[in-house]
Design a protein around this ligand. Structure first.
Ligand code: ADP
Ligand code: MG
Length: 672
């Protein structure tokens, strides 16, 4: 192969530097270190055999083929070049042996192999002293060529260990060079099963290094952001105290702990970078509200950003209810504001008269200026792009604002330990008292009439219900049409009930009106698209029907179901499905049916979908793990975290070398 062609093929595999080649690890091996006698080969297992070539010919039955007769062995090739015939004939004349790797089968003339990989050798030629690695490759790049490049790279790349001896010893890690060499050239007798399953100590070292590089790069990014100045939000705490005094309930212990962590961070002179984690309904909003009040107490402004108008409106509604009695003005920026109102809101933020802004990304767009932005609360952080967060930071003139990030669905533990290692985490692991478990029912769409009767019954008792229309993968238009049709149908089918409609395309004012009517009990059944997925909070709603539940993702179903079970009544979530279910859909529904804990559902979801899907916008910044597996290697993640902290404290230069080796140019992603 021409050098340029080879380079292009290597490039296609992402192999650019020598070190890339070193890290291009085999996915399996073939054992050519020992010979098996052809008549002793176990069935179904590829082996290396060797026999003296006797003659070669082309046969035509049952189809055209090259047949090579060797001593006690016949080789057949159905695709072959004429030159191979010549080659084997010459080998026979010269008394060479054929050394072939493949499965041996009993045939007409004794042991046979069909198109094995082979080499012609002289008597006495030594066998390879290592297992043969088989690499992931691409069309037109032969194993032998790739193997050659990798072996070269192993010799030329510096494989010195980036980990201090002591650290290696404590974590029981094999040496790096030794591990790399072993994985590319395992000695005869190496434990193949543990190599293929990636549990071999050499694999363990590679995974550890990869995880360590991830931890280190995130900790470095964290430290870099932390070096910036942020306003110290240390006021007299009057607003926070008044707010807590007025709350009709007590904070849970978990909320109190989270509040303590947030307030402590806010008093520091560098920006908080904290993720507030908790299951649906665990009461994250209150903790965020307290953070905003702490900012106001200190004479600074806060901004609460949500990914959708509906959610931002929910925040506004809730925060306004809490803050107005305290005399804290909120500027709510949304699509339906008249020009004059909008000017007033912008002016209030510019002058600092409004200590709090609530809105969507619009908040970080041009034209919104803050007098003294001290805190940004980012809800559903994974839905925001890096760009938007970067812009938010630019909004702050004097110093970088503190950041509190929230996530509507729990982030699985392994994921937050790895991909979110650049954030401090506050965990609300307790639900407010009095929450009732939601009963989940799986009901075939064929039983729709029973479901309608159920809705009538619930509404007759003064309860309210949601009807969630299916997601339509291909088009938002289709989704909208479905919602309109469903609404029209349900209005007819449920005569006498007040049926409302909510979807994302409604003008903001109408959306607001529908939500308000539902919250006030004016609407009994709310037909909606998934816009209600996040944040909508109507405790009197105790019944939810999700149509075509089989089309929803796990996180989405859990979110939706979390909208009920918030009041005093027993709540029921009916998952309507269209039979027959695919195996995958059945699996998903089963998980939702069997689990109420969002963290467990998130963990299962991660297993099903992998981290890429899960990370959303965040993924664009972080290189995905190639070797380590979040589920299986959880103990290694913990070890790498510990090692990263230690390395940064003791020998940051070694840490940088390690990151450089593993991430090279890829480490320069922006993290804000
Ligand atoms: P989420 O974590 O899903 O954002 P919310 O903050 O929306 O949860 O809270 C869900 C509901 O629980 C809200 O109605 C809120 O007022 C209520 N709530 C929050 N904390 C408590 C508490 N400690 N005791 C009782 N109710 C609470
Ligand atoms: Mg919420």
């Amino acid at each position: 192969m021409k050098a340029a062609g080879l380079a292009r093929k290597l490039d296609k595999l992402g192999l650019r530097s020598r070190f890339d080649l070193v890290l291009h690890l085999p996915h399996r091996y073939e054992d050519e270190t020992a010979l098996t006698a052809p008549d002793a080969a176990p069935p179904g297992k590829p082996v290396l055999v060797q026999a003296k070539v006797e003659r070669a010919e082309i046969a035509y039955r049952p189809r055209r083929q090259l047949v090579v007769h060797a001593q006690g062995l016949v080789l057949r090739f159905f695709n072959f070049y004429q030159s191979q015939l010549t080659q084997f004939r010459r080998a026979a004349a010269e008394g060479l042996l054929v050394r072939a790797f493949g499965e041996v089968r009993p045939g007409w003339f004794g042991a046979e192999m069909a198109h094995p990989r082979y080499r012609l050798v002289h008597e006495g030629e030594p066998l390879p002293d290592a297992l043969t690695p088989i690499y992931p490759t691409t069309a037109g790049l032969a194993q032998a060529a790739l193997r050659g490049r990798v072996l070269e790279a192993l010799d030329e790349a510096g494989l010195e260990d980036t980990l201090p001896e002591e650290l290696r010893r404590r974590h029981g890690l094999a040496g790096f060079a030794e591990s790399a060499r072993l994985l590319h050239r395992p000695p005869p007798g190496a434990d193949l099963a543990s190599l293929v399953e990636r549990t071999h100590p050499a694999w363990r070292r590679m995974k550890f290094d990869e995880l360590l590089a991830q931890q280190l790069s995130m900790r470095f990014a964290y430290r870099k952001r932390r070096e910036r100045r942020a306003p110290m939000l240390a006021g007299d705490g009057r607003l926070v105290r008044e707010f807590l005094a007025r709350l009709p309930f007590r904070l849970t212990r978990a909320q109190q702990r989270a509040m303590g962590e947030v307030l402590r961070d806010l008093r520091e002179p560098h920006p908080m970078q904290r993720l507030l984690q908790g299951d649906v309904g665990s009461g994250k909003t209150i903790v965020a509200a307290i953070a905003c009040l702490a900012a106001a107490d200190a004479g600074w402004q806060a901004a609460v950003m949500a990914p959708t108008e509906i959610l931002s409106e929910q925040h506004w509604r809730k925060l306004a209810g809490w803050f107005e009695p305290l005399g804290v003005r909120i500027a709510w920026l949304h699509g339906a504001l008249a020009a004059k109102e909008k000017r007033a809101a912008l002016a209030a933020l510019r002058s600092g008269e409004a200590p709090l802004a609530v809105g969507t990304h619009a908040l970080v767009q041009e034209g919104v200026e803050f007098a003294r932005l001290g805190l940004a609360v980012v809800d559903e952080q994974h839905r925001f792009g890096v760009e938007q967060r970067l812009m938010l930071r630019k909004k702050a003139e004097e110093a970088v604002p503190h950041q509190l990030m929230m996530s509507a669905t729990p982030i699985p533990r392994t994921l937050s330990m790895s991909y979110y290692a650049d954030l401090d985490v506050s965990l609300i692991d307790e639900l407010p008292p009095g929450r009732r478990a939601v009963a989940t029912r799986l009901v075939s769409a064929a039983r729709r009439a029973e479901v309608l009767a159920r809705i009538r019954e619930a509404c007759a008792e003064g309860q309210q219900a949601y009807w969630v229309c299916p997601v339509i993968e291909e088009s938002k238009e289709g989704e909208l049409q479905t919602a309109l049709d469903t609404h029209a149908a349900l209005v007819k089918e449920l005569k006498g009930l007040r049926v409302g409609l909510l979807h994302g395309r409604m003008p903001s004012a109408e959306k607001a009106a529908a939500m308000q009517a539902f919250a006030a009990g004016g609407i009994q059944l709310l037909v909606s698209t998934t816009v209600i997925e996040v944040g909508v909070d109507v405790p009197n709603a105790s019944l939810m029907v999700i149509e075509h539940a089989e089309r929803f993702g796990l996180a989405q179903l859990h979110q939706l179901r979390g909208r009920i079970g918030r009041g005093a009544r027993e709540s029921v979530c009916i998952l309507l499905y269209a039979a027959p279910l695919s195996a995958a859909a059945r699996g998903r529904l089963k998980i939702i049916y069997e689990n109420a804990d969002g963290f467990e559902i998130a963990r299962r979801d991660l297993l099903l979908r992998g981290p890429g899907e899960y990370l959303g916008e965040r993924q664009s910044g972080a290189p995905l793990l190639r070797f380590a597996d979040l589920e299986r290697d959880e103990p290694l993640i913990a070890a790498a975290r510990e090692a990263a902290a230690e390395l940064i404290a003791r020998d940051p230069a070694a840490g940088r070398r390690h990151v450089e080796r593993w991430l090279g140019a890829r480490q320069d992603y922006v993290r804000v």
